[in-house]
Every structure is written in C-alpha cells, then in structure tokens.
Design a binder for this molecule. Sequence first.
Ligand code: TRP
Length: 393
Amino acid sequence: MPADHDFTVTPYAVEGDVDYDRLLERFGADALTDEQRATFPDPVHPLVRRDVFYAERDLDPFLDAANAGETHSIVTGRGPSGPMHLGHVLPFYFAKHLQDRTGAVVYVPLSDDEKYFLKDQSLAATSDHVRENMRDLLAVGFDPERTRIVVDTADADVLYPLATAFAADVTQSTVEATYGAPANVGLSFYPAVQAAHLLLPQLVEGRHPTLVPIAVDQDPHVRVCRDVAGKRRYDVAKPGALLSKFLPSLAGPGKMSSSGDAPDVLLTDDRETVVEKMRTHAYSGGRSSVDAHREHGGDPTVDVPFLLLQYFFEADDERLERLAREYREGSLLSGELKDIAAEQVADFLEAHQERRAALGPLEEELPPFRLTERERVEARRRVGYPDDALVQQ
Ligand code: TRP
C-alpha cells in the first residue's frame, strides 16, 4: 500500500478500512445527490434510496434518456470465479428492476479470461463456473429482446477486435498506475477487454447513454474505458457509472464479501440453511444478553440482518423504520431480527431457485440472449474492422 494511503481499492485488492468519501476524491467521482436519487424511475430501488449506490459519473444523461424513453443501456458483468452467492446476484436484480421500468437494454459480460488470469483455476473449471453462473443470470428473468449475454472467450469474434482496438490506447504505465503491477500480461491486457464490455452497447446500437452499476473497486475499469472513449476515435460517449459500497458479508459491515470466516449465503441454500447461517454467523448489533438488550436496545446500523433488509430485502419504508425503532428500544431481539431477515432472504432465494430449476438446457435457453450476427457485424464495423475480414466457412 502506498505510504500516503491507509487503504487500497483496486479491482484486484481491497485492503485497510475503506473511507468511501475519500475514495471519491481519489477516484474523481461524485457523490449521488438526493435530486438524482429522486430522478430514478418509481419506485426507486432500495439500493439507490438507501445509500448503497452512493456515487456516480455521468449519471444524468442516462437518467434523462431513461425518463424520456430514449435508448439507454446498462452493463453489469460477472467474473466467473466460482458459484455465485447472494451478494453477487443483487446487482443483476437491480438491472432487471430498471429494465422492467424503463426498457433499458442490459448487457451482461462474463469475464472468464480475467478470472483465469487472476486465480489459480483451470480453464475447464472456469468454463464450468461460466455455465453455472449463466443459469443464475438467466434465472433473474431478463427480457431476451433487450438483454445480451457475452462470454469473453466464447464471443471472441466480437470482443477481440474491439479489445484490440482499445488496447492500443491504453499504455502499460496507465495500467500500472491504475491497478498496480499486473501479475501477468493477461491482466495487463484485460482492461482493454473490460473497455470493450462497457462500450459494447454503443458499438452495437450507436451512440447513447450507458450506465455501469458496480462496486466501487471496479471503478478503475470504468476510468480506463472513459479515457479510451474520450480519445474520440470512435463515435461513443463515455459510459456513466453508478458506484456502490460493498455489501456486508455475514461477518460484518465494512468487510469485503469474500473475506472473513463466516460462510456466504449461496444461491443454492434452502430456507433451513439460510436460517442456520444467519443465526450462527450474522454479525449482530444487539447486546450480549437478552436482559441487556431489553434494557439498552441494539444498534441497527451495524447489524447485518438489519442491513440486508435495508439494502435490498425490505422495500417498505414504514416496516423497516418500525423494525429499526423496536430494535433500538430493545423490544425486538437480535435473534428475532435474524429470523425475520432469514425468512425474507429465503423467500427471495426460493423464487430464484424455482426460476432456475424451470430453465431448460443452456443450449436452448441462451441463444435468444446472444448477440445476433447483425449486431456482431455492427460492433466490429464501428471500430473499423471490415465486414469481410473474417473468412466465411
Ligand atoms: N471485472 C468484474 C469482476 O471481477 C466482472 C465484469 C466484467 C464486469 N465485465 C464487467 C462488471 C462489466 C461490470 C461491468 O467482478
């Protein structure tokens, strides 16, 4: 960690106690304003309303287009490093929430190359994770007319020419200044691939506002992409970003979801398992004994079960406020709050699991979500790659 920084945030390392406000100064992004929050389509999603998404870059053009019914798109991807857990899937449900309300086009890239470069994980294992993750992404219920799923290695006919075009505009010293020294040349090149993801909607559909809702550690990718877009070699606007704080793991708020020793809630967990994990592992803002809790009350602001309800699972403001009040007063016990949160998480997971189980084989489900031939040709053409460059079989 550089000496003047007591915390580090890059896509590849989060260390120290993250100061979210100082991070914005460091990254040069802006805090989300109340006016912007209120401009999101109704009902405003809890992740926006309740300060999980807390910062932005160029959000207004996206909101304007969304509210005016003009073309607007969202890019939200997944690094297939293993099975998806609860925290991983929430951004996709957020994207679907917007798609349902405004008709946003949603692009979902899976960066199997990135995770192969980053993890000690075989290509075969990565490919298994891609297939499993894909089923979870399909279970979210996106509209196939307005959603495109791409995989870096499987859609290389499009993504490689795009990444090649953009890589020429990213220097090695930019990569090192932005991410630290990359572990291998794959990771050195990867920012150009993620730039291809973030510009893909505009390369397919023409110039329009794009929003990338992501955890703040991914912002470096957005910055590199915005620099590339700013060179104006291609007719694209800089993609906007909606940056979130890290969702709490069961081990406690402020920690990265993959750290700590508490187990994650998996998308495959049944109700009993969710209740057990919540009761045994969820960090509580309650007192150490029932008597002390009844007398002094608990602190919902650090209580993971409460935060889960606040951030995603309880949309009703009045009910949430009542739970907070009863918890502070001590009439609601931490075990009771854990059970309430566990039941709501389990309801959500059951619905997700039912949709997932109802899917047919990937070979049947995926094709409507893949780029069409015309879309592939368009995207390549917009970076200047000729239509006849590929030898037809
Ligand atoms: N790099 C992201 C991760 O490690 C995954 C990702 C790939 C992504 N392309 C993206 C996220 C585009 C948002 C937008 O999790």
